[in-house]
Design a protein around this ligand. Structure first.
Ligand SMILES: CC(C)(COP(=O)(O)OP(=O)(O)OC[C@H]1O[C@@H](n2cnc3c(N)ncnc32)[C@H](O)[C@@H]1OP(=O)(O)O)[C@@H](O)C(=O)NCCC(=O)NCCS
Length: 232
């Protein structure tokens, strides 16, 4: 079922991250990786094209097939509104700088009413724990972003917290059969809360999606805001 048709939805007040302008986005490192904002240059375009022409990766993507050519990657690369509503990151090996993956955090569109994280690792690097390591670093970036209070409509199964402002969630939405992605989300502390069926990208078949969510308690947010007030 399309979640939009599901009666079990609730309109709530919660918080969303405020995505900073490109120049202010954080770069971070983990033990083996550098996570940095994707740059508008030929190096990153080549890295992204190699990623988006990896059949094993693109099989699991929303698009389902590889980019036809560099122009198509370039069009995807500049999807508006890249700056305000999506943060796109390159996942690179810390030792060599090699571009091995791509990730995004978007506040729109919201299939579950929550911001979404998407990520992928080039297939020649699968099975070495890179996605799990990436997600740990990326969740730290997500937690540190500034917040604003918003009203959103979400499945009741993803409502956490007993205050007026409910706890914020971040969603990861793989297809039901993307076992590696389920495992990465599970290992990173996400909980599987909803599943539903949608037409795929080319509308040729139905596919089942699983909605996993990670929560960010607003108790923590209120603490942060209070300590910021105490400092100033
Ligand atoms: C999902 C993806 C990012 C995982 O990358 P990765 O670097 O190989 O992930 P990790 O090594 O950190 O962890 C993968 C986990 O899945 C498990 N796994 C992988 N394939 C599996 C399978 N077919 N059956 C069961 N478990 C599987 C691994 O064993 C590992 O779990 P473990 O540590 O408990 O052994 C990668 O496969 C990918 O890019 N896929 C295409 C894009 C995609 O699906 N993105 C996710 C969209 S939400």
């Amino acid at each position: 079922m399309d979640p939009a048709e599901d009666k079990q939805w609730s309109t709530i007040k919660t918080t969303f991250p405020i995505l900073p302008p490109k120049s202010k986005r954080e770069t971070t490192t983990t033990s083996r990786l550098t996570l940095r904002p994707l740059k508008n240059n030929s190096h990153d375009l080549a890295g992204l094209h190699a990623f988006r022409t990896d059949e094993k990766v693109m099989h699991w993507s929303h698009q389902g097939v590889v980019d036809a050519d560099l122009k198509e990657t370039c069009t995807q690369f500049f999807i508006p509104p890249l700056n305000s509503e999506i943060m796109v990151y390159a996942i690179c090996l810390k030792s060599t700088g090699e571009f091995i993956g791509y990730a995004s955090l978007s506040c729109h569109p919201r299939r579950l009413g929550w911001p979404e994280v998407r990520f992928g690792i080039k297939s020649d690097h699968w099975g070495q724990g890179y996605a799990t390591e990436f997600l740990e670093g990326f969740l730290d970036i997500w937690r540190r972003l500034p917040r604003e209070v918003v009203v959103t409509r979400v499945p009741v199964g993803t409502v956490y917290g007993d205050r007026e402002i409910k706890d914020e969630c971040l969603a990861g939405i793989p297809t039901y059969d993307n076992v590696a992605c389920h495992r990465v989300l599970e290992k990173s502390g996400f909980e599987k809360r909803v599943d539903w069926e949608v037409s795929n990208y080319r509308r040729e078949k139905k596919e089942r999606l699983f909605g996993w969510v990670m929560t960010k308690s607003n108790a923590q947010l209120l603490e942060e805001q209070l300590s910021a007030l105490r400092i100033t």
